[in-house]
Design a protein around this ligand. Sequence first.
Ligand SMILES: [Zn+2]
Length: 263
Amino acid sequence: MTTRYIDAGVNLTSSQFDEIRDEVVLRAQQVGVDNMLLIGSDVEDSTHSLQLACHYGFVCTAGIHPHNAKDASSDYLTHLCQLLSQPEVVAVGECGLDFNRDFSPRSQQINVLSEQLSLAQQLGMPVYLHERDAFESMSTVLEQMNVHGVLHCFTGDKTALEFYLNYGLMIGITGWVCDERRGAQLQQLVPLIPDDKLLIETDAPYLLPRTLKPKPKSRRNEPAFVIEVVRQIAQLRGQSIEHVAQISHDNFNRLFMAEGELP
Ligand SMILES: [Zn+2]
């Protein structure tokens, strides 16, 4: 049996994929990637993600990324609700806090996050969370809520990992873990994630795995390269590639496909 993979986070709407989107999806499918979670980062982008999810037979998120919190319209929650009522839309997000780049004022990031978490809680849907250099505020917000889902592209320290796991979230690991310099801490933490909490994602077209050989000339990441992230994680955890691919698959289906679209 060929190993099946999932990419639990792709920015397939990115203009970097314009012209080559079909090829990129086909290349992923040819190496065994049979499902993807397409990320939405504002209302318009989430609408585009939904179109692509319907077209290719994948699933997607709908939400406001912290970078876009400052541009959220006064009625954005109504738009998100409409998107979230579609069967292909399986999570609220990408939402969260990014105090690394601070593209939106922090108070606004916190408000827009809190509103989306309340919506997820109300709908009983998982959240797809982003956190960069904002653990303290994120943990404070989460403690006031009762949500489930995934902390995507985890890059934090051991304290943050333990908090998110204790809270009940799954942990999304990207090709960040393939970076021998800035991923060094993450490489130490990856073996501490229980089998039933690990999700694997590319965050393509960003975060091309540095261990990938040969590297594409474009330097653009794509979902087919999730295999390289799985390989690196398997090595760090002392597990087989097949096992890691399987648990990521199982966790994805349990979290996002509970309505029974996949076995
Ligand atoms: Zn993110």
